[in-house]
Design a protein around this ligand. Structure first.
Ligand SMILES: [Zn+2]
Length: 219
């Protein structure tokens, strides 16, 4: 373990991907961006290096982790992306590559008895065994039910974000009551999407139980 500073709040470690109060998520104007390969959305004052990733427009957000109060139930979009891109632990921010014999542990909310399916898409980054055991014990969201799997391969699938209407340039509601719409890399709506999460697909999944996590964390 090295480098990434850890913060605590009311007796609990603050997850690396949690958003802090000074990292406000402001709305910026969106405009139509004509292109020979197809129109989409853009910022009027866009900086392609900072505002786009692989051609996809991303939300703008200050990065001042550790300042103000943490919002434990809120995710910082750019740290989430950093975790997915580099397979960093969502709790401590360190690499998960050195653990589990090359496989990555994924932990997410879900009903018990409904294991993570092969090819399932997720915006929840990987986690270490010890960090997962701690999260399961302390996080009120996870206490309601969680599922975990060791995953062999988690390739990029797309993004989760707000899809804009190509005619009105108004945000469209996400499907199935979700906060964010999942949009695949081959989906034509990608040009009209303001991305807020990276999404990977989970392959080679082996379910993990709580006592297994606790045992792994003890070593
Ligand atoms: Zn960790």
């Amino acid at each position: 373990m090295s480098g990434v500073r850890q913060f605590h709040w009311r007796g609990m470690r603050v997850p690396f991907i949690a958003r802090w109060s000074r990292e406000d998520q402001r709305q910026y104007p969106i405009e139509r961006r004509p292109s020979l390969t197809g129109d989409g959305i853009g910022y009027p004052d866009e900086d392609p290096r900072a505002d786009r990733r692989d051609g996809v427009l991303w939300v703008r957000m200050p990065v001042v982790r550790g300042i103000g109060e943490p919002y434990l139930a809120s995710v910082h979009a750019l740290r989430q992306r950093q975790c997915m891109n580099h397979m960093l632990c969502q709790i401590c921010g360190e690499s998960t590559f050195t653990h589990s014999g090359g496989r990555h542990l994924f932990l997410m909310r879900g009903a018990k008895g409904q294991p993570i399916r092969e090819g399932e898409k997720t915006a929840v980054p990987p986690v270490h065994e010890a960090c997962a055991a701690e999260a399961v014990r302390l996080c009120p969201h996870l206490r309601k039910g969680w599922v975990a799997a060791r995953v062999e391969y988690a390739p990029p699938w797309g993004v989760a974000g707000i899809v804009y209407d190509s005619q009105t340039l108004q945000p469209l509601p996400a499907e199935r009551g979700r906060e964010l719409e999942f949009v695949g890399l081959d989906d034509p709506r990608l040009r009209w999407t303001l991305a807020a999460r990276d999404v990977v697909a989970l392959h080679g999944c082996t379910p993990v139980e709580l006592d297994e996590l606790a045992a792994a964390a003890a070593h």
